[in-house]
Structure formats: C-alpha cells, structure tokens
Design a protein around this ligand. Structure first.
Ligand code: SF4
Ligand code: SF4
Ligand code: FES
Length: 249
C-alpha cells in the first residue's frame, strides 16, 4: 500500500524585499502532526515535491502549546496558530502563508513589532519603579481577579489585527489586543494610576474611534478574549475622558 502523505503549499520569500513564490511539498504522514511538525519534517529533508533541493522554511515558534503567540500564520485562508493546527483536521493541500498585514522577515516569519509599539504607547503595564520598599500592593479581590483573568490571556499573536478590516496603514488603528490590554491595566488597582494617560492615547487618530465593531477579531482570537466587551468599555471610558479633559480646559 502506498505510504500516506501530506500535501502542503507554502508561500516563500527569501527576505523583506524579495518576490514571493509558492513551493509545494509532499511529506510522509505521521499521527498527531501539526503544521509546525510538518515544517520540521521539511527542515530535516528540504526537498520540494518536484524533487528539487530547497531551503528549510523560516518561521517563528516556541512553546508549541498556544501560549507564546509566536507561530501565527494564515493556514487555509485563516489566521491561526500553527502549533494547534492539526494536519488531520485540515483540508489538503494545506496552504500556508505569512500574516498579510505585517512585514515579512523571511518565509512565514513576520515582524509584529507594531503590536509591541502600540502596547508601549498605551503604557500597558503596572508601574512599579520606586515602589519596592512601600510594602505589598493593594489587595485584589477574587471577583476582580476573575474579571481580569480572561484579558490577561492575550498571547500577542496578532490574529485579531490580521483579520480586522480597520487595521491598515490608512487608519493607523491600534487594534483589539491593545484596547483589551488598556481595559486590563485600567482595572488593576495599581495599574489604574495611568488610566487617564492610556485613555488619552486611544482618543485620537488610530484609537478606539476607528473600530467598526465588525467583530472579526473575536472570531479569530485563539484565547477567546472578550474583545467586544473590552472595546465597548474602553470606548465609553475614552469618550468620558475626552469630555472631562474638555471641561477642564
Ligand atoms: S470589532 Fe472589527 S473593527 Fe473593531 S477591532 Fe474587532 S475586527 Fe477590528
Ligand atoms: S487579543 Fe487574542 S487574537 Fe489578539 S493578540 Fe491577543 S490573543 Fe491574539
Ligand atoms: S509555538 Fe507558541 S503559540 Fe504556537
């Protein structure tokens, strides 16, 4: 009986400015494979389906359990994590390409630093400098912890931005992940010392007003963050902040 194989087509690009091209591979099937393990098989024997020697595929991955957020790519037309994309559940040929809204570094590896710049712009952290000798921080009651926990599950994968119609150069929209982190840190008893600054950062161009509430982000989020609720709550808080600042002026 013929050996069972996996047909996969991968969009390749040797560098940021290089032209892209699709390359096909046929590799032996093994039980329990995901898209990352397919890429590892190719790396072990980099020969394409025409029998030509080629180079291993460049991609990002680390945890292999949908925690690090690094392996986001477009698989069969859907932005998702490659490590949790099981081959047996995918239609073949499996078509894999890099996220389309982020600069390609090489093959499937993209530069997602825009998300980290956005998180810096909204100060998505709890400021602790200089507080080490002030004793323990305020108590966070279990109800508050439970409310905040889902938002803390963000793995910075950028899938929500990839699928968002408003995330583009024209709007400069920060995207759902950044807004969700504003809600998380504004709800933290110590983190909310920066609440007003965070809301002001989302008040202008590229801020919450750009969201069209299409909710593609919610569908794409691999960690099921309550993004609609976060966007709606932060939009309300930004509006109140703008009104307060207007009256203070
Ligand atoms: S609701 Fe729509 S427009 Fe708003 S962040 Fe999500 S995908 Fe983008
Ligand atoms: S909100 Fe969801 S989709 Fe967006 S970066 Fe975080 S985990 Fe990924
Ligand atoms: S390798 Fe970490 S999320 Fe996929």
């Amino acid at each position: 009986m013929a050996e069972k194989t996996i047909q996969i087509e991968i969009k390749r690009q040797s560098g940021p400015e290089a032209p892209s091209t699709w390359e096909k591979f046929e590799i032996p099937w093994k039980p329990g494979m995901n898209v990352i393990s397919v890429m590892r098989e190719i790396a072990a024997n980099p020969v394409n389906s025409n029998g030509q020697e080629t180079t291993p595929i460049a991609y990002d991955s680390n945890c292999l359990e949908e925690i690090c957020g690094s392996c986001a790519m477009v698989i069969n037309g859907k932005a998702r994590m490659a490590c949790s994309a099981l081959v047996d559940k995918l239609e073949q040929p499996i078509r894999v390409q890099p996220l389309t809204k982020f600069p390609v570094v090489r093959d499937l590896a993209v530069d997602r630093s825009v998300l980290f710049e956005n998180l810096k712009a909204v100060k998505a952290w709890v400021p602790v400098d200089g507080t080490y000798d002030l004793g323990s921080g305020p108590r966070i009651f279990p109800q508050q912890q439970e409310a905040a926990y889902p938002l803390s599950n963000c793995i910075s994968c950028c899938c929500c931005m990839e699928v968002c119609p408003q995330f583009n150069d024209a709007t400069g929209f920060v995207g759902a992940a950044t807004i969700a982190q504003v809600k998380l840190f504004n709800s933290h008893p110590s983190g909310k010392v920066l609440k007003e600054e965070r809301l002001r950062a989302l008040a202008g161009d590229g801020g919450v007003q750009e969201c069209g509430f299409a909710q593609n982000c919610v569908q794409a989020c691999p960690k099921q963050l309550p993004l609609t609720e976060a966007i709606s709550d932060v939009t309300r808080d930004v509006t109140l902040q703008v009104a307060k600042d207007f009256l203070r002026a």
